[in-house]
Ligand binder design. Structure first.
Ligand SMILES: [Zn+2]
Length: 490
């Protein structure tokens, strides 16, 4: 029997509508677009959805047709040109390949300048290209804003169960197994999407504790019913500023729309009842200062959630550095501040040079002012390293040219590109041993926990000025549905 030909592709972007930096084609290309067999080469030995697709192909005897893969760093809107070019390339690939099925890795919170529901529109076009008979299974991020359009145009949509997202490979395999059953015409998926009027931020959305743990425990219990194909609880991504932004429950059963609806409504009610558990979790700067004085061996992992690159923050806020300098803490290390100007200056000056620079706060006026600092250039690198894991283990990170700038005993990673520091190798690759610091200052929200919580004496979230924090009243929403909790409702 002929092996089924299965197209695989990834086009993933989490869009912060309030971020100034737009995703044009050059931005997407800088994130690394893999095409053809390079998609499989890059996935090898990584904790990614694509690696899970490849695992499934090996287990289930698919002939893979790798088309395109790009994981675009969260930022502002995707330009019309970038969206049409990348989606167009994907559709051309599908048309040319004559495939039996499709596996897609999407985010579910992508917004383009001209298409608010950019993932839904992508799936609509995939369906229009393939016709109704070719099954399509897509994997979404836990922060997806799942829409009826997405649900309508995929045979099955499934989402991650973890935040930090450590189950991506497992979800890729699950998608492959569902696709195999669809190819055998064993299944008639019946999805039900329920969206309670909730717009939680994600600083307390990590899945090892309530409220998400409670929701996922119930979801996973529902999945033990053989009629239930998948239960996804997506926390959503508020700063996408689209009508579908917010928490989603998506239950897919085999041939039983009533059961799907009943289970989805039960979980949505439970999410609503637990909503207050999503609030808070952020310390004041005064509380952080008090915590510094009680640290014994360290490190205190201090995380500014308001300039988180993986929520679309520019990564150039210097509020953490301002705080650490004011508190006289050392040794400390900070990842990271994106400032290509300072990087260029330090590369010209060379290792060992003392530089005086106007540092950070340059992208917009929403992330605090720049800081004038005098520092020593301790090291220069190409900013490339491989994640040790557990999250995204094996994935190559590219921060662009990177400088270790030492300012009053604080080692600051200054980079050309902004990515969230989620892995200990962000420091180790630059000659900094994270376990030997009194303070590790990070820009993040939840993903850092997978690698940093195990080595931390204590973890504290704080928030400086910025567009990625916990207070949604800071953001000038225009397109979300109203009324919605916690802005309007309780
Ligand atoms: Zn996510």
């Amino acid at each position: 029997m002929r092996r089924p030909r299965i197209a695989i592709a990834e086009l993933s972007h989490e869009t912060n509508a309030f971020a100034r930096i737009r995703v044009d084609l050059a931005f997407a290309e800088r994130c690394g677009i893999a095409r053809g067999t390079a998609v499989i080469d890059r996935a090898r030995d990584t904790a990614t959805v694509l690696a899970g697709f490849v695992d499934a192909a090996n287990m289930l005897g698919f002939e893979l047709v790798p088309l395109l893969a790009v994981w675009i760093t969260p930022a502002g809107m995707v330009t019309r040109e970038a969206y049409e070019t990348l989606v167009g390339e994907l559709l051309d690939g599908l048309r040319a390949a004559a495939v039996d099925g499709v596996l897609l890795s999407l985010h579910g919170a992508m917004v383009a300048e001209h298409v608010a529901d950019a993932d839904g529109e992508l799936l609509r076009r995939v369906r229009a290209t393939l016709g109704p008979q070719v099954p399509v299974v897509a994997v979404l991020d836990l922060h997806a804003n799942i829409s009826p359009l997405m649900v309508a145009h995929a045979d099955v949509l499934i989402g991650y169960h973890t935040y930090p997202h450590v189950d991506q490979r497992e979800r890729g395999r699950q998608a492959g197994q569902l696709l195999a059953r669809l190819l055998r015409r064993e299944l008639r998926p019946a999805p039900a999407l329920v969206k309670p009027p909730m717009l939680p931020t994600s600083q307390r959305m990590t899945t090892d504790r309530p409220p998400m743990r409670v929701l996922l425990d119930r979801a996973e219990a529902m999945e033990t019913d053989p009629r239930v194909l998948d239960v996804t609880v997506a926390g959503g991504f508020p700063p996408a500023d689209v009508p579908e932004a917010g928490l989603s429950v998506l239950v897919t059963t085999d041939s039983d729309p009533f059961l799907a609806r009943q289970l989805a409504e039960e979980l949505a009610r439970l999410a609503w009842d637990l909503r207050h558990g999503f609030l808070g979790g952020v310390a004041t700067w005064d509380e952080a200062a008090a915590a510094l004085r009680t640290i014994e061996r360290g490190p205190l992992v201090l995380v500014d959630i308001a300039d988180n690159p993986w929520t679309g923050g520019p990564g150039d806020s210097v509020e953490l550095l301002r705080f650490l300098l004011g508190e006289n803490v050392r040794p400390a290390a900070l990842a990271l501040v994106r400032d290509p100007e300072v990087v260029a200056h330090c590369f010209r000056a060379g290792v060992g040079a003392t530089v005086e620079v106007l540092f950070g706060g340059k992208t917009d006026d929403l992330h605090g002012p720049p800081l004038r600092v005098r520092g020593n250039v301790r090291a220069l690198s190409d900013g490339r390293y491989v994640n040790a894991g557990p999250m995204l283990a094996g994935v190559v990170v590219d921060l662009g040219r990177t400088v270790v700038l030492e300012v009053d005993g604080i080692a600051v990673l200054v980079t050309e590109r902004a990515e969230s520091p989620i892995d200990l190798n962000v420091f180790r690759a630059h000659g900094i041993e994270p376990t030997e610091q009194r303070v590790l200052a990070l820009k993040g929200k939840g993903h850092f926990r997978a690698a940093f919580e195990p080595i931390a004496e204590r973890v504290l979230l704080v928030e400086g000025p910025g567009i990625t924090g916990s207070d949604l009243r800071r953001l000038p929403f225009r397109n979300i549905r109203r009324p919605i909790w916690p802005l309007d409702l309780d």
